[in-house]
Design a protein around this ligand. Structure first.
Ligand code: GLY
Length: 342
């Protein structure tokens, strides 16, 4: 049995352990308190055996499988989960377990936060993106009226089990998309991790990349749980990225691919050169061949914008970052200078 490592996210009574290691999902009964009613939420893109195996550890499991994709982050699915719990006699002593990626974690966590004013929530992420970023930190939400994450809660899980073996069924494209979030953390906060991306075969050191990324995320959340300031660092690449996602979503770009594209204009020339090499190495997109005016408009209408200006995260030197207010003209200039240079 391979070793597992533990990180403790210190948040007083909302603090929790994050257990990271190959095989830990198969030992869920050791780490999670499952001898009760457990609503297991998964999606139809996740191998069904992952949820079935978790159910074996549960006193009274109820599995709900939602359709894969952002469409499941809806009030309708949220209501569905609450109704299933109610009809199955869930009490305040019971719990919710997410077995899936970011969509499942956000939806299941939000249902846990609301049911009877909050019941225990556990997360077993199954995608690189959720391993590296979304499973940790307590952001839960659904979308409303086309606006992402506009209804939700900060609601920390009781424990997170990160098992890199669950990533083996992902396509190379899904893996690369998730790794974009680790590149984001390295670019803003950890120059050493960034050089790992530059110098190593990332799949040989994947467990370390996950561990180090989660360590960064943990530190940031400890400092700024409710995104009053520093946690905004995690939005590096997301201002333009969300604009691209809103515009190009129908063309099927993955979230991490949009983030990769969104990071490039937000760097100095030198940092951008290094970032371009890493993104190319990972097989992530780097070219802007879409309507940038539409992207700017969507980015400026993001819920985080204020009077059309957005707070963007800028990387001048790899491993550090700063905030800058950008109007639509400022965004336009940054994208134009990126396109010109490349
Ligand atoms: N994924 C960004 C955050 O958790 O703040």
């Amino acid at each position: 049995m391979s070793e597992c490592r533990k990180l403790t996210l210190e948040l007083g009574e909302r603090g929790y352990d994050i257990i990271i290691g190959r095989g830990v999902a198969g030992r869920a009964g050791e780490f999670l308190k499952l001898d009760r009613r457990v609503l297991i939420v998964t999606d139809d893109g996740v191998p069904a055996e992952y949820a079935r195996r978790a159910a074996e550890f549960c006193g009274a499991p109820v599995i709900v499988t939602v359709p894969q994709g952002e469409g499941s982050k809806s009030i309708a699915e949220f209501e569905h989960l609450l109704t299933v719990m109610l009809r199955n006699g869930f009490s305040r002593r019971d719990c919710v377990l997410a077995v899936g990626g970011g969509v499942v974690g956000d939806l299941a966590g939000f249902a846990a936060s609301a049911y009877m004013r909050g019941i225990d929530f556990y997360n077993i992420p199954t995608t690189a993106l959720s391993d590296i970023d979304s499973s940790v930190g307590g952001k839960t939400a659904v979308n409303l009226d086309g606006i992402k994450n506009v209804v939700g809660a900060f609601y920390q899980p009781r424990r997170v089990l990160i098992d890199p073996d669950l990533l083996l069924t992902l396509s190379p494209r899904q893996m690369a998309s998730g790794l974009a979030e680790a590149v984001k953390m390295a670019a803003t906060s950890d120059a050493e991790l960034f050089s790992v991306f530059e110098n190593e075969d990332v799949y040989d050191v994947l467990d370390d990349i996950i561990f180090r990324s989660v360590t960064i995320k943990k530190r940031i959340v400890e400092e700024d749980e409710r995104e009053g300031g520093m946690r905004k660092i995690l939005n590096f690449g997301h201002t333009i990225g969300h604009g691209i996602e809103a515009e190009e979503g129908l063309l099927g770009l993955y979230h991490g691919e949009c983030v990769a594209l969104g990071m490039l204009p937000m760097c100095s020339r030198e940092a951008r050169g290094r970032l371009l090499r890493v993104l190319t190495k990972l097989g992530l997109p780097t070219r802007y061949d879409f309507d940038t005016e539409k992207i700017i408009e969507a980015a400026s209408h993001d819920k985080k914008s204020d009077g059309g200006a957005v707070t963007a995260v800028i990387v001048d030197e790899i491993g550090s970052c700063r905030f800058e207010r950008l109007t639509p003209d400022g965004l336009r200039e940054r994208i134009a200078s990126y396109i010109e240079e490349n």
